[in-house]
Every structure is written in structure tokens, then in C-alpha cells.
Design a protein around this ligand. Structure first.
Ligand SMILES: NC(=O)c1ccc[n+]([C@@H]2O[C@H](COP(=O)([O-])OP(=O)(O)OC[C@H]3O[C@@H](n4cnc5c(N)ncnc54)[C@H](O)[C@@H]3O)[C@@H](O)[C@H]2O)c1
Length: 384
């Protein structure tokens, strides 16, 4: 019989729903050595969190997240709150001996991210850490990772990545995401964070230098929700930067939430000596692969539907018959499965980012901002 881990969740809105769904579905689809039991959900509004707990099957709720640290029954704490509170909550839970799965970016600032990395190091004998870079767990990204590891791309020369959305115009109110004190950065920490994680994951190397960057804020005032007043929107709307990896690969990254027509266009392409891959989340079940070793007559992009259990596509055997496609929520369920595998002492299907790994992503984000603000190249060895 499988053992159980009692889970607590902090935050009950967008990610609260995605994570609650993942914890409630994961053991239906994956045969694991550990069962996730939804014990406690914490958030600030008593009325909302009580209704949320009843709806999503959490046994109890609280408006005091600190109380989770004192509940010995809880093994894993899942953090889905704004970026400025990740550090305080994660460090408290690590000090209480819990495993922690935190949303991305690891934190709103490099100093907070470093403190979280240090706390995770200190607690490593007892606690494991995870960061919800969920796009790693799309089967098409998993296949790209496998092809790269098998040498099908050869040495990677060039990476281009953009993450474009279209909800950051002046009509969108002053959510926490537009306030530096809560979010740290705007499109950069929200969207470039995913790209940098994916690029590091797929290339399998660290970024060593940022060669130049642009950071721009266009919308400077927004309506404060529930009022007619306006407040300051003080985060970036667009950040673009150029980088190189340890093995010499060149890379470009761009993120904005001001791109009409692009709804969730999380795009990455790797071009290597033997082949290329490309992916966009708006067609998330598909990986495009060009095998550069094929005869010129027939060489070209192959459109691979990554839903084949027989083809060994990552996670495919746990879902539907071939070609019955997956969606946004499956990335979170696949990640919940890998977290439970690691907690049970088993191997995840694909490597998971921990706080150390996500700290390396945060260093790249910080270096890009420094590069934009100081108008110069930045070596990653100078950003710690
Ligand atoms: N992995 C992804 O693709 C993805 C997508 C969206 C958001 N995120 C990340 O998830 C996190 C949450 O984002 P969201 O969109 O769910 O935000 P949200 O505004 O929808 O929800 C935030 C929740 O946190 C709660 N909260 C805020 N401050 C708190 C505090 N001090 N103590 C306890 N609870 C508090 C709020 O009550 C709310 O329930 C952010 O770090 C964000 O970057 C990740």
C-alpha cells in the first residue's frame, strides 16, 4: 500500500487552483509510492479560503499561514503566493522541517532567492525543495530534452526564445504583478524566468555572460482594483537580452505582456550542429524537429505530436490513447507526480528544478537587468 504525504497550500487564486487540481488528480493518473492528501489551505480572506477549501477538497483552512509550520502532520508545503512573500514562507517551512514546492520565480529579488537557496542547503538532510517551472513538464519539451541528451542536436550553437502575452495594457488594473514591491519585476520575472529555465534545462549548461539588454516600462499608471484612483505601475513591460552559454552557444530572450495576438506564446528554438528543435506553448503537444543529418532532398521540419506512449513520449503512458491531447493543467499534474516520486525515493521522469537550480535562473535574470540599467555586458561570475 502507498504511503501518504499531507500537503498544505499557501495561496488560493490562479496557482492555488492549478495546484489544487494537480494534487487532487495526480494519484488517479500516476501509480506512485506516495499519495498526496490535501490537508490545509491558507490565504488571507477567510470567506474566500473557506469556500475554496470546500470546493477543492482541502480538509481544513486558515488565514494564518504560520500555523502550518507547527502542524507536525504536514510533510510538504506548496507556495502559490506573490513573489515578495516566497522567501519568508519557504524559509519558515524549511526551518520547521517541511519539504517545500514554491512557485516561480524563486523570489522577487536576488537577495531573497539567495536566502532561500541557503536555507535549502542548510535543511537538505531533512527537506527537499522544488520550484514550479511547469513548462519543463510538457511532453514536447521533455522530448526536446531527450533528443538533446541523446546527441541528436549535437553541439548547440544558437537559442532563441520569446514569451509574449497580451494582457499588460493600461486596461489591466494595478494587480500585485505591476508593483515592484510585490513582484520584483514585471514581464521579466514572470515570463523571461520560464524561458531562462527552459533554455538552461534544454542546453544543459549555464549562462556565463549577458552581452546587452533593454528594459522598458510603457504603462506607468493603473486603476487600483475596487477604486477609481490610479496608482504607480513600476515594473518593466518589456525586457530583451542577449546571452551566451558556457559551451559558447548564443541566445536571445524577449518577454512582454504587451503583444496583441500572442496569448501565451512561450517559444523556444535550439539550433545545433546536427539538428534543431522548436516549441511554442500555443501548440503545446507538438515538437518541431529538423534532423540535419538527413539527405538534403528530404531534410526539413518534422511535426511530432508528443502524445505516444508507444513512442516513449514523456508522461504519455499516464494519459490518454495516442493523439488525445494534453492541456495547461497537465504540466502541473506531471510535476506533482515527479515531486511525489522524489519524496518516495524514486527518480522523476524528467529532472526537477530545486532552489539551487532556480537560484541560477534568478542570477541570469538579475544580470540581464544590470546589463540594461548599466548599459554594459555582465559576466555571471560577478552576480552572486
Ligand atoms: N508556473 C506558472 O506558470 C505560473 C503562472 C502564474 C503565476 N505563477 C506564480 O505563482 C505565484 C502566485 O501567482 P498567482 O497568479 O496565483 O497570484 P494570485 O494573485 O492569483 O494569487 C495569490 C494568492 O496568494 C495569497 N496571498 C497573497 N499574499 C499572501 C500572504 N502574505 N500570505 C498568504 N497568502 C497570501 C492571495 O490571497 C491569493 O490567494 C507567483 O509567484 C507567480 O509568479 C506561476
Amino acid at each position: 500500500m502507498s504511503r501518504a504525504v499531507q500537503v498544505a497550500l499557501i495561496g488560493q487564486k490562479f496557482m492555488g487552483r492549478a495546484h489544487s487540481n494537480a494534487w487532487s488528480q495526480v494519484n488517479h493518473f500516476f501509480d506512485l509510492g506516495l499519495v498526496a492528501e490535501r490537508r490545509t489551505v491558507a490565504a488571507r480572506d477567510a470567506g474566500e479560503v473557506a469556500a475554496f477549501a470546500a470546493h477543492w477538497g482541502w480538509k481544513q483552512w486558515t488565514t494564518d499561514w504560520h500555523s502550518i509550520a507547527n502542524d507536525d502532520a504536514i510533510g510538504l508545503v506548496d507556495i502559490g503566493t506573490p513573489n515578495d512573500v516566497h522567501a519568508e514562507q519557504a524559509i519558515a517551512m524549511l526551518e520547521a522541517g517541511k519539504h517545500v514546492a514554491c512557485e516561480k520565480p524563486l523570489a522577487g529579488s536576488l537577495a531573497d532567492a539567495r536566502a532561500m537557496r541557503d536555507a535549502a542547503k542548510k535543511a537538505r538532510k531533512k527537506s527537499k525543495t522544488f520550484v514550479w517551472y511547469n513548462y519543463r513538464r510538457c511532453p514536447a519539451i521533455g522530448l526536446a530534452w531527450k533528443l538533446a541528451r541523446e546527441g541528436r542536436l549535437g553541439r548547440v550553437y544558437h537559442v532563441r526564445a520569446h514569451y509574449l502575452q497580451s494582457w499588460g495594457g493600461a486596461d489591466t488594473p494595478l494587480l500585485w504583478r505591476f508593483q515592484k514591491k510585490h513582484a520584483g519585476t514585471g514581464a521579466h520575472g514572470d515570463l523571461n524566468a520560464h524561458l531562462v529555465d527552459l533554455a538552461r534545462f534544454l542546453v544543459g549548461e549555464e549562462v556565463v555572460e549577458i552581452h546587452g539588454a533593454i528594459e522598458r516600462t510603457f504603462v506607468r499608471e493603473r486603476v487600483i482594483p475596487g477604486t477609481k484612483k490610479v496608482g504607480k505601475s513600476d515594473v518593466d513591460d518589456c525586457v530583451l537580452f542577449l546571452a551566451s552559454f558556457a559551451g559558447g552557444a548564443t541566445a536571445s530572450f524577449e518577454a512582454t505582456r504587451l503583444a496583441h495576438g500572442h496569448q501565451n506564446d512561450n517559444f523556444i528554438e535550439l539550433n545545433g550542429e546536427k539538428g534543431s528543435v522548436r516549441f511554442s506553448f500555443e501548440d503545446m503537444n507538438v515538437l518541431w524537429f529538423c534532423d540535419g543529418t538527413q539527405p538534403l532532398e528530404t531534410r526539413g521540419w518534422q511535426r511530432i505530436m508528443c502524445t505516444s506512449a508507444g513512442g516513449g513520449h514523456p508522461y504519455a503512458k499516464n494519459w490518454w490513447p495516442d493523439a488525445h491531447v494534453l492541456g495547461y493543467e497537465h504540466g502541473f499534474i506531471n510535476m506533482a507526480a515527479d515531486i511525489l516520486r522524489v519524496l518516495a525515493g524514486d527518480e522523476p521522469e524528467l529532472p526537477l528544478p530545486d532552489f539551487e537550480d532556480a537560484y541560477q535562473t534568478q542570477r541570469v535574470l538579475e544580470a540581464a537587468l544590470l546589463s540594461a540599467r548599466e548599459r554594459r555586458a555582465i559576466k555571471l561570475s560577478d552576480v552572486r
